[in-house]
Structures are given as structure tokens and as C-alpha cells.
Design a protein around this ligand. Structure first.
Ligand SMILES: *[C@@H]1O[C@H](CO)[C@@H](O)[C@H](O)[C@H]1NC(C)=O
Ligand SMILES: *[C@@H]1O[C@H](CO)[C@@H](O)[C@H](O)[C@H]1NC(C)=O
Ligand SMILES: *[C@@H]1O[C@H](CO)[C@@H](O)[C@H](O)[C@H]1NC(C)=O
Ligand SMILES: *[C@@H]1O[C@H](CO)[C@@H](O)[C@H](O)[C@H]1NC(C)=O
Ligand SMILES: *[C@@H]1O[C@H](CO)[C@@H](O)[C@H](O)[C@H]1NC(C)=O
Length: 190
């Protein structure tokens, strides 16, 4: 009788220990998966139009070459890598209202074709978009009249964004390399 009581006590305390440790484990859990429908917020669409100024010449270039092409005979500048911090404006003139910056890495990725690989973060500084960002990771065949860049994400106003940027070279100076690009961006976001 006494032995059974002790065994029962041991069993109960074991069960309590297991329960407590399970609870501790649950508290320490660092990931949670919920049904997608629980993100009840409706999706919205935002369309943006702005101009990007690629300033290569002058005292304060916003686009610099960091690694020159290893083969200086390559007309497509294959292998050259640069960094940009280009101003974005509402209109095509650099003096029109500033709306943000495009910051990131640009590399010449075509062996025989002048085409870029770009990893860019667009940070907006104006109006309700102030502080919000969009991320673009794309190929850019720069000689095509109109290019499409995938928008792969965003923050702030543009949380969970995805979309497409339609981009056209608005102006280009072949002597200096300076350019103005017209961006029409359509993004879906929360
Ligand atoms: C191109 O590279 C070759 C071999 O490295 C070098 O001799 C030549 O000076 C370079 N030309 C220019 C214009 O940089
Ligand atoms: C690039 O051009 C060279 C010389 O014309 C050619 O041999 C090579 O196959 C081309 N490569 C590609 C990827 O088109
Ligand atoms: C954008 O936000 C920054 C930081 O909060 C603030 O300093 C700046 O004045 C804002 N700009 C505009 C145009 O609202
Ligand atoms: C951007 O939109 C404007 C007007 O909505 C249009 O005239 C222009 O051609 C578009 N540009 C691009 C690159 O799609
Ligand atoms: C391109 O830049 C050069 C050098 O600054 C300048 O002389 C020329 O007028 C510019 N061309 C255009 C079309 O703006």
C-alpha cells in the first residue's frame, strides 16, 4: 500500500514535470504560423511616377564605378560594378520637387550586350510616403526603349509590396554618361 502510494506520487510529479517543461518549451517558441486569411487587411494599389537622375559627371557624382571592367576591351563593360545614390524628383528637371533617392549596386552583367544587374532600394522622402521603401532586383537591358523591373518588396506604406516598374530613358548624354530615367511604378501592398 505504502509502495503504491509512493509510486503514484512519483508518477504524479513526473506528469507535472512533463507538463511544466512542455509549457516552458511553448513559451520559448520563436515562430508562429497562422492561416493567411488572418492577415485580414485589404490589399491596396499605389501608382507612382517619378524621375531618376543618374549623375556621373561633375563635382558630386551620384553614380560611381567601384570596380572597373577587368577587360578594358569589353564594349559591354562586362564585370564593372558601381554604386548609386541617385536623386528622385517629381518632374524630369533635377530642380523639380525631390521625392526620394535610389540607392544600391549596379553591375554590368552582359558578356556581349550592355545590360545591367541592379539591386536597388528606393527610399521616399515626401508626403505620406516619407520613410517608406521599395526594393527592386532586376536585369536592365539599358538600350531597350522601355524596360520592366520587378518590385520585390517594400516597407512602411509599402509593407509586403510587389509590383512592376516601367522604365524609359527620358534623356541621355552619351559624352558624360548622365541620364534621366522615367519610372512608372505600380505596386500592390497592405
Ligand atoms: C587596357 O589593358 C591593358 C592590359 O592590362 C593595358 O596595357 C592598357 O593600358 C589598358 N588600356 C586602357 C585604356 O586602360
Ligand atoms: C560574345 O561574342 C563573342 C565574339 O563575337 C562570341 O564568341 C561569344 O559566343 C558571344 N557570347 C555570347 C554569350 O553571346
Ligand atoms: C520626412 O521624415 C523625416 C524624419 O521623420 C523628417 O525629418 C522630414 O521633415 C520629413 N519630410 C517631409 C517632406 O515630410
Ligand atoms: C508613364 O505614364 C505616363 C502617363 O501615364 C505615360 O505617358 C508614359 O509613357 C509612361 N512611361 C512609361 C515608362 O511607362
Ligand atoms: C553632354 O555633355 C557635354 C559635356 O558636358 C556637353 O558639352 C553637351 O552639350 C551635352 N549634350 C547634351 C545633349 O546635353
Amino acid at each position: 500500500m505504502g509502495v503504491v502510494a509512493v509510486n503514484l506520487l512519483q508518477f504524479v510529479s513526473l506528469v507535472v514535470m512533463v507538463l511544466v517543461s512542455t509549457q516552458t518549451l511553448a513559451q520559448k517558441d520563436w515562430g508562429e504560423t497562422l492561416p493567411y486569411k488572418d492577415m485580414v487587411k485589404e490589399m491596396k494599389v499605389t501608382k507612382l511616377q517619378f524621375y531618376l537622375h543618374e549623375i556621373v559627371s561633375g563635382d558630386i557624382p551620384t553614380s560611381v564605378t567601384v570596380v572597373p571592367a577587368p577587360n578594358n576591351q569589353s564594349s559591354s563593360m562586362f564585370g564593372s560594378i558601381g554604386m548609386i545614390d541617385d536623386p528622385l524628383t517629381q518632374g524630369p528637371e533635377l530642380t523639380s520637387k525631390a521625392v526620394g533617392r535610389a540607392q544600391g549596386i549596379v553591375g554590368f552583367a552582359g558578356l556581349n550586350q550592355t545590360t545591367l544587374l541592379m539591386a536597388l532600394s528606393f527610399v521616399f522622402t515626401d508626403d505620406k510616403f516619407n520613410g517608406s521603401t521599395l526594393s527592386i532586383l532586376t536585369r536592365d537591358p539599358i538600350t531597350d526603349p522601355i524596360r520592366q523591373f520587378p518590385v520585390v518588396g517594400g516597407t512602411g506604406m509599402f509593407g509586403f509590396a510587389h509590383g512592376v516598374a516601367y522604365v524609359r530613358t527620358y534623356w541621355f548624354n552619351a559624352t558624360t554618361g548622365d541620364a534621366i530615367l522615367e519610372y512608372n511604378v505600380t505596386v500592390v501592398h497592405y
